[in-house]
Design a binder for this molecule. Structure first.
Ligand SMILES: *[C@@H]1O[C@H](CO)[C@@H](O)[C@H](O)[C@H]1NC(C)=O
Length: 999
C-alpha cells in the first residue's frame, strides 16, 4: 500500500513551509535578500495608526511569529515623523488607500502598485529604496485592502515556519537564528473564490464540551449558556486568517453568535472576518435560537409575517456596521422544510420583504450587499420549479451532504452578477447516517467535485461544513487553499499539497513526507469506502477474496508506518502528529479490528470452533482500546483537547449517534464441551459452513450435505486456496492433510491443534500447472485427526483444478475464478474525441483511482452521442460464461456523483463489448425536484456504499479474446472499476482483486 510519492512531490516547486505559494523567505543571508532577523538584530516593523484594526492585530501576530522563529522580537510601532530609523531596513506594513504611511512610501518610491490596486484581497511585498526620509531601504508589505494586508502578513509567517495550526494542532515552530525575505518578495492577485469559509456545525458533543471547559469558568453570559464567546472566536478568527479563509458560519445548535457574547460580532469585523449565517438562518440571526428567545408569535411567515420581519430588521440593523454576507430565504425551525402549505409565491414574498429590509437599513441600492440564497434540499426544488431571486444574489448550490454536489451552474446560469457558490460537507448529521467522528473525506474527491465547480464558475463563495473543526484540519485547509488559488491544483499534484503540509507541520524530510502522503491517502480512502459509522462486522467479506483480512492487513501497514514516524519524532512534534495523523490511523484501524474480530467470532461460533472465544476476547480488547485512544487524545498536553474526541461512533441503531459506544454482538461457545461432530472442524475458503456435522451453510438442505469443495485455476486471485483446521473442543489433536493426487500441494500438511493453538490454516495449490493437461482435474484432500482416546476422524475436501490456457499472443486481463476485475485506470487503450479524453484521478475512490472525461465541461458544454465520445478500452480473455450461456455481466463501479448538470442531461456512459451494440446507463435515477432517489439512501444505497454498481448483461461473449469499451457520454462521470462476471463472482464489498494482466 505504501508507495513513495517523491516524484509527484517534486512536480511543483515548493518553499520549505509554503503550500502552493510563491516562496520569498530564506534562512540564511544571500544576495538580493532583506534581513528580518540577522546576527541578533531585528528589523523594526512599521505600521500606520490609520490602518485597519485587523491589520494591527495581524501585524502584532506577525511580530510574535518572528519571535517564535528566531527568539528575537522586533520592535513594532506606528510610524510618526519622529520615528528614528537610521541604519535599519524596516518592514513597512499597510493597506493601500487606508494607510497614510503606505501612501507616503508609494509616493516616495514610485512603486508600481497597479497589479493589486482595487483587487480584492490581493497583495504585494518587495524591497524598495528610499521609502522614507533618512531610510535607505525597506521591505514593504502592501495589501490592496484590509485582508490583502492581513493575508500578506500571514503568508510570510507561514513561510517563516509558523503553521496556521500552531495553536489549533500544536504544530511547533522550527527555530532559525537568521531570517530573510527576498528582495523580489511575494505577491498574490485576487483569490479564485471570493468568499472562502467554514461552518461550525453539530458541535455537540465534542467542540462544545471542549470549548465550555477551555473558554468559560463554568458559567457564561450567554442566554443559551453557549461557550462560544469572543475568547473562542479570537482563536478561530486567527486560524482562519492564517489559512486565508475569510468567511464564517458560526456554531448554531446551542448558540447564537451575536448574543452569546456581545463582543463576537464586532470582534469578527475587527479581525477581518466576514460573518454569515447558515443556509437556514436568514438575515444575520441565529435561528431558531434567537427567535425562540426574542421572536413574537410563531415561525410561520404565512400567519406571522410582521413579527418575523421585525425580527429580521433587528438582525439587519445589528449587522449593518460589520462586514456580512446575508442569507436570504427561509427554512422551517430546526433546519426542517417549511410546512406543506408553503409555496414558491410565499418564498418569493419572503425574499422581496428581506430586500425591502436591506433597503430600509442600508438605504438605496442593495445590489452591492453580498447576499446568498442557499439551494439546500427542498429549496433547490423551488428553484427548479421556477423561483428566481435578484441577479445580484449569489446562488449557493449544495452537495448532498455526502460530498456530491447536487447542481452546478448551467451555461445559461453562469453570467449572473451574483454568481454562484457551493456549500460542501466533510461532516454531517442525518440520513442515511451521521458521519462526525473522524476524517473520512478524500482530498482527491473534494478536488474532483470542487474542480467541476471551478470550471462551471461556482466560485463566488465556498463554505465547508467542518463539524467540530477537528479532526478535519487537513481537509479544511485543502478546501480553503484550493479556493484561494484554484490554478495551483490539478488532479495529479494533490499529493504535493499533503507532502508540503506534512513538511510544514512535522518538519520531516521529503521522503518521510512522501510516506505521510500515502498514510493520509489510505486513511481517508479506507474511511471513505464506507464511513466508519456505517461499518459493521460483515461489511467486508469474511470468506471471499480474503477481503476482511486484507482490510485489516492494510490498516496494519498504515499503523506500522505511522507508528514508525511517530516514534522517530521529537517530543515537541509528537502531539501534532498524533492529532493530525496518528490518532485517526490508530483509532480507525482499531475500529476495523473490533468489527472484523466480531464478525469472525460470530462465524466461528456458528461453526463450532472454540477459537470463536479468542475472537470474542480480541473484539473486547479492541473495544476497550478504542476508549484508551480517545483518552490518550484527551490527555495530550495536559488535557488541552479534552472532550474533542467525545464523539460516539460504535453501535449506531439509526441515523443518529448512539448515546454511548456499544460493542458489536459477540458469541461464545462452551470451551470445555466437545463439539458434537468431533474434535476437528474443517472450514474451506469461500463458505460459512463447517465440516463434519451439520451446518445451515453447508448446503441448502442443511443436513446430509456433500463434502466441501474448493477450486482453483492458474489465474485465480492469490494463486491458492485455504482450508482452516480448527479445534471443536478442549481435546488436543494432531492432524495430517493428504491427497490422492500427486499434483496437489498442501502447506503445512500437518499440525497440532489445542485450546491454546486452536487454528491452523492449510494452503492448497497446484504444484506445477505446466504438468497438468488442459481441462478439469479433481483430487480429494483428506484431513485426518488423531487424539488420545478419540475415535479416528477424517474429513474430505474435493479440490478441483481447472487448467485454463491462454494463447501466447494475448495481451490483456485474464479471467480467473470466473471473474475479470479491472481498475478503470488500467486501460489497454484510451481514445480522444473532440479534445476530450479520460483522465486518471490518482488516489481517488475505493480501490486505486478514478477516471473521468476531461476537460470537465465535456464536449464544449455538450455531450457525446452513444459511441462517439472518447473511450477506454480493455482487452480481456474469458474461459467461461455464466452457466455456459454465452452471457457475461459487466459491472461498472462509478462514483455516486449526482445529475448536477443541465436538467435534461443526466449522467451517462456506455459500455460496448466487441462490435455489439453499446449499452447505455443513466445510472442516477431521476428524483423529484430538490430530492434524491430512493437508491441514494439506506444502508445499502449509493452514498453508504460510496459507489454505484451498474450492471449490464452481454450475450454471445464466447470464450476467447474480447475488447470492452467504456464510452463517455456526459462529463462528471467517474469510473473506478470494472468487474466482468463469467460465472464466478462472489459477494464482497469491493469486488474481486484486480485480475492478472499479461503484457
Ligand atoms: C497603532 O495605532 C493603532 C490605532 O490607534 C493602535 O490600535 C495600535 O495598537 C498602534 N500600534 C502600536 C504598535 O502602537
Amino acid at each position: 500500500m505504501l508507495r513513495a510519492s517523491i516524484a509527484a512531490m517534486c512536480a511543483l516547486a515548493i518553499g520549505v513551509h509554503a503550500i502552493g505559494q510563491d516562496s520569498c523567505v530564506v534562512f540564511k543571508s544571500a544576495p538580493s535578500t532583506v534581513p528580518v532577523v540577522s546576527k541578533g538584530k531585528t528589523s523594526p516593523i512599521l505600521t500606520s495608526a490609520d490602518d485597519w484594526p485587523g491589520v494591527h492585530v495581524a501585524t502584532a501576530s506577525f511580530a510574535s511569529d518572528i519571535q517564535r522563529v528566531t527568539g528575537a522580537k522586533p520592535s513594532l510601532s506606528n510610524f510618526t515623523v519622529t520615528s528614528s530609523l537610521s541604519a535599519s531596513t524596516p518592514i513597512i506594513v499597510g493597506t493601500l488607500g487606508k494607510s497614510s504611511l503606505i501612501a507616503q512610501v508609494v509616493n516616495a518610491t514610485k512603486l508600481d502598485v497597479s497589479s493589486i490596486e482595487g483587487k480584492w484581497e490581493s497583495f504585494l511585498a518587495r524591497e524598495v529604496k528610499n521609502p522614507l526620509p533618512g531610510v535607505a531601504g525597506a521591505y514593504v508589505i502592501i495589501g490592496a485592502d484590509k485582508r490583502g494586508t492581513i493575508f500578506a502578513l500571514y503568508d510570510h509567517s507561514e513561510q517563516f515556519g509558523v503553521s496556521p495550526w500552531y495553536w489549533w494542532a500544536d504544530v511547533p515552530t522550527t527555530k532559525h537564528a537568521e531570517l530573510f525575505v527576498t528582495s523580489s518578495g511575494c505577491s498574490h492577485g485576487s483569490p479564485s473564490v471570493k468568499y472562502r469559509g467554514i461552518f461550525l456545525n453539530d458541535e455537540q458533543p465534542a467542540l462544545q464540551s471542549w470549548a465550555f471547559e477551555k473558554f468559560t469558568n463554568g458559567t457564561t453570559d450567554s442566554p443559551l449558556n453557549s461557550p462560544f464567546n469572543h475568547f473562542f472566536y479570537a482563536k478561530l478568527f486567527e486560524l482562519m486568517l492564517r489559512m486565508k479563509a475569510n468567511y464564517l458560519w458560526p456554531a448554531i445548535w446551542g448558540s447564537a453568535f451575536a448574543i452569546d457574547d456581545k463582543e463576537n460580532q464586532p470582534l469578527a469585523d475587527f479581525y477581518g472576518i466576514v460573518m454569515g449565517t447558515s443556509h437556514q438562518e436568514p438575515m444575520m440571526r441565529s435561528t431558531p435560537n434567537e427567535f425562540t428567545l426574542f421572536g413574537k408569535g410563531t415561525w410561520d411567515y404565512l400567519h406571522n409575517a410582521d413579527n418575523i420581519k421585525e425580527y429580521w430588521l433587528e438582525g439587519t440593523k445589528r449587522a449593518k456596521p460589520f462586514e456580512s454576507v446575508y442569507t436570504l430565504g427561509t427554512r422551517g425551525f430546526g433546519d426542517l422544510p417549511l410546512s406543506e402549505d408553503t409555496n414558491i409565491e410565499l418564498l418569493e414574498q419572503v425574499i422581496s420583504d428581506q430586500t425591502a429590509i436591506l433597503e430600509s437599513v442600508y438605504g438605496g441600492d442593495v445590489s452591492t450587499i453580498p447576499q446568498i440564497w442557499t439551494l439546500y434540499k427542498e429549496v433547490e426544488g423551488y428553484y427548479d420549479g421556477g423561483m428566481r431571486v435578484p441577479d445580484y444574489v449569489t446562488l449557493l448550490w449544495s452537495d448532498d451532504n455526502w460530498g456530491n454536489i447536487r447542481r452546478f451552474p448551467t451555461a445559461s446560469e453562469r453570467n449572473r452578477t451574483g454568481g454562484a457558490g457551493v456549500y460542501y460537507h466533510v461532516d454531517y448529521v442525518g440520513d442515511p447516517r451521521d458521519y462526525k467522528w473522524i476524517t473520512s473525506s478524500q482530498i482527491s474527491k473534494i478536488y474532483e467535485q470542487m474542480s467541476i465547480a471551478v470550471d462551471r464558475e461556482a466560485t463566488r463563495l465556498w463554505i465547508l461544513n467542518v463539524g467540530d473543526l477537528k479532526p478535519y484540519e487537513r481537509e479544511t485547509e485543502f478546501f480553503i487553499t484550493y479556493g484561494w488559488n484554484t490554478t495551483r491544483w490539478a488532479s495529479d499534484n494533490l499529493n504535493t499539497f499533503v507532502s508540503a503540509w506534512a513538511q510544514r507541520e512535522f518538519d520531516v524530510s521529503p521522503a518521510v513526507a512522501g510516506t505521510v502522503v500515502d498514510i493520509v491517502a489510505n486513511l481517508t480512502r479506507f474511511n471513505a469506502r464506507r464511513k466508519p459509522e456505517l461499518l459493521n462486522a460483515t461489511t467486508y467479506s469474511l470468506i471471499n477474496y480474503r477481503e476482511a483480512e486484507g482490510v485489516l492487513s492494510s490498516w496494519a501497514t498504515l499503523q506500522d508506518a505511522s507508528t514508525k514516524i511517530y516514534n522517530s519524532l521529537s517530543n515537541d512534534l509528537k502531539p501534532s502528529f498524533f492529532q493530525l495523523v496518528h490518532h485517526p490511523v490508530l483509532a480507525s484501524a482499531n475500529l476495523a479490528n473490533i468489527l472484523v474480530s466480531a464478525g469472525i467470532n460470530n462465524m466461528r461460533a456458528s461453526q463450532a470452533r472454540i477459537s470463536a472465544n479468542d475472537m470474542a476476547d480480541q473484539a473486547q480488547k479492541f473495544f476497550e482500546r478504542d476508549f484508551d485512544l480517545e483518552t490518550q487524545y484527551h490527555e495530550l498536553l495536559n488535557g488541552k483537547w479534552n472532550h474533542m474526541m467525545d464523539q460516539t461512533h460504535i453501535g449506531y441503531y439509526y441515523w443518529q449517534q448512539p448515546m454511548t459506544n456499544t460493542m458489536p454482538a459477540i458469541n461464545r461457545v462452551q470451551a470445555r464441551k466437545q463439539a458434537l461432530a468431533g474434535i476437528m472442524r474443517i472450514v474451506p475458503e469461500g463458505t460459512l459452513g463447517a465440516w463434519p456435522g451439520d451446518n445451515s451453510n453447508q448446503c441448502a438442505q442443511g443436513y446430509n450435505c456433500p463434502p466441501p469443495s474448493i477450486s482453483l485455476d492458474p489465474f485465480s486471485p492469490f494463486g491458492n486456496r485455504y482450508i482452516d483446521v480448527g479445534a471443536g473442543g478442549p481435546v488436543p489433536f494432531t492432524f495430517k492433510a493428504t491427497s490422492n493426487e500427486s499434483w496437489v500441494s498442501l502447506s503445512p500438511a500437518q499440525g497440532s491443534i489445542s485450546p491454546k493453538s486452536p487454528e491452523q490454516r492449510v494452503f492448497v495449490t497446484v504444484k506445477d500447472w505446466s504438468r497438468l493437461t488442459a481441462g478439469t482435474h479433481t483430487a480429494t484432500v483428506t484431513f485426518t485427526a488423531t487424539a488420545a482416546k478419540q475415535p479416528p476422524l477424517a474429513v474430505q475436501v474435493v479440490f478441483t483444478a481447472t487448467k485454463t490456457t491462454l494463447p501466447g499472443s494475448f495481451r490483456g486481463f485474464v479471467e480467473g475464478s470466473g471473474a475479470v476485475s479491472i481498475e478503470a485506470a488500467h486501460s489497454t487503450r484510451n481514445t480522444t474525441a473532440n479534445g476530450v479524453s479520460w483522465r486518471e484521478l490518482p488516489g481517488y475512490g475505493r480501490t486505486l483511482s478514478g477516471v473521468t472525461p476531461w476537460p470537465r465541461l465535456g464536449n464544449n458544454d455538450s455531450n457525446f452521442t452513444i459511441g462517439a465520445g472518447p473511450s477506454l478500452e480493455y482487452d480481456f480473455y474469458n474461459f467461461n460464461t455464466i452457466n455456459g450461456s454465452g452471457n457475461i455481466t459487466v459491472t461498472t463501479f462509478v462514483s455516486p456523483s449526482l445529475n448536477a448538470g443541465e436538467r435534461d442531461r443526466p449522467l451517462a456512459f456506455a459500455v460496448q463489448v466487441d462490435a455489439q451494440a453499446p449499452q447505455t446507463s443513466y445510472f442516477f435515477p431521476p428524483a423529484v425536484p430538490g430530492g434524491l432517489p430512493t437508491a441514494w439512501g439506506g444502508l445499502d444505497g449509493f452514498v453508504a456504499n460510496g459507489i454505484i454498481s451498474v450492471n449490464m448483461i452481454f450475450n454471445g461473449v464466447s470464450p476467447g479474446p474480447h475488447t470492452l469499451k467504456v464510452f463517455a457520454i456526459e462529463p462528471a462521470v467517474v469510473v473506478q472499476r470494472i468487474v466482468i462476471n463469467t460465472g464466478g463472482v462472489q459477494p464482497s464489498y469491493l469486488g474481486p482483486p484486480e485480475s492478472t494482466v499479461t503484457t
